[in-house]
Design a binder for this molecule. Structure first.
Ligand code: HEC
Length: 218
C-alpha cells in the first residue's frame, strides 16, 4: 500500500512537470505568432496585380533617362564603331601586338566556322550548307572602314547574327584589327616585311600548309 501511494505521488509530480512544459510551449507559440516582423512580410511578388497603382501592376517602369550601372555608353566610337553616325576608319585605342594576338585567338574561336582561318568564307559550317559569307579579300571589304567590321560583329549582317552577347566591345575591335591583318597578308609586298624577318618567309613557305591554316605559324 505504501508503495502504491509513493508511485501515485511520483506520477502526479511527473504529470505536473509535463503540464508545465506543455503550457510553456503553447505560450511560446502564441507569443511568437504575434510577431509580424520578418515572419509575414507585407510585399508583392513579381508580376503581382495591385489596385494601388492606376495601371494595375505592382512593378514600376524605370524613370525616363535611367541608366543601369555600367551601361552609360557615351563613347560613340568605342561602342558603335561610328563617328557622328558614319562608320569610322580609326581604332578607339592603339592596337598592339598583344591586341592582334588576342584578336586572332577570338577570330579563330568565333568567326572561322564560317569565314575560315584565311577569311575566304569557306568555313566548315559553310561546307555543310550555311550561306557563304563574302571573302574579306574582295575589294569592297578591303576598302571598308574598320568600323564596318566592328558594326557587323555588333549588329549582325544579313544572314549573319550578332555576336554582341558573346564578344565584348574591346575584343570586337581586336578581331577587326586581325581581319585587317588577314587582308594585308594577301596584299603585302616583300618591302612590308622587316629585312631581318625576310629569311623566315622561306622557312614558312616550306612548312606544312596546316601550320598557316591553324594560325599557329609565327
Ligand atoms: C555562322 C556563320 C558565321 C559566323 C560564325 C560569322 N559570320 Fe560573318 N557572315 C556570315 C554570312 C552568311 C555573311 C553574309 C551575310 C549576308 O550578306 O547576308 C557574313 C558576313 C560578314 C561580313 C561582311 C559584311 C558585308 O559588308 O558584306 C563580315 C565583315 C563578317 N561577316 C564578319 C564576321 C566576324 C568578324 C565574325 C566573328 C566574330 C563572323 N563574321 C562570324 C556568316 C558568319
Amino acid at each position: 500500500m505504501e508503495f502504491l501511494k509513493l508511485m501515485t505521488k511520483r506520477n502526479s509530480a511527473i504529470h505536473r512537470r509535463g503540464l508545465l512544459a506543455a503550457g510553456l510551449g503553447f505560450a511560446a507559440l502564441v507569443l511568437s505568432g504575434c510577431r509580424m516582423d520578418m515572419h509575414i512580410q507585407p510585399k508583392y511578388l513579381p508580376y503581382e496585380a495591385t489596385d494601388f497603382f492606376a495601371d494595375g501592376r505592382e512593378e514600376r517602369q524605370p524613370v525616363p533617362g535611367t541608366v543601369a550601372r555600367g551601361q552609360l555608353r557615351l563613347d560613340e566610337l568605342f561602342y558603335s564603331g561610328k563617328i557622328n553616325g558614319a562608320e569610322a576608319d580609326v581604332f578607339p585605342f592603339p592596337i598592339t601586338r598583344n591586341d592582334l594576338e588576342r584578336g586572332r585567338e577570338r577570330y579563330n574561336v568565333y568567326c572561322t566556322p564560317c569565314h575560315d582561318y584565311t577569311g575566304n568564307g569557306e568555313g566548315m559550317i559553310v561546307q555543310r550548307g550555311f550561306p557563304q559569307p563574302p571573302s574579306y579579300h574582295l575589294p569592297r571589304l578591303r576598302t571598308a572602314p574598320v568600323g564596318h567590321f566592328y558594326g557587323v560583329i555588333t549588329n549582325g549582317f544579313g544572314a549573319m547574327y550578332s555576336y554582341a552577347a558573346r564578344i565584348e566591345p574591346a575584343d570586337r575591335w581586336r578581331i577587326a584589327a586581325y581581319i585587317r591583318v588577314l587582308q594585308l597578308s594577301r596584299n603585302a609586298t616583300i618591302s612590308d616585311v622587316p629585312p631581318d624577318e625576310r629569311s623566315k618567309l622561306d622557312a614558312a613557305a616550306s612548312a606544312p600548309s596546316t601550320a598557316l591554316a591553324t594560325g599557329k605559324s609565327e
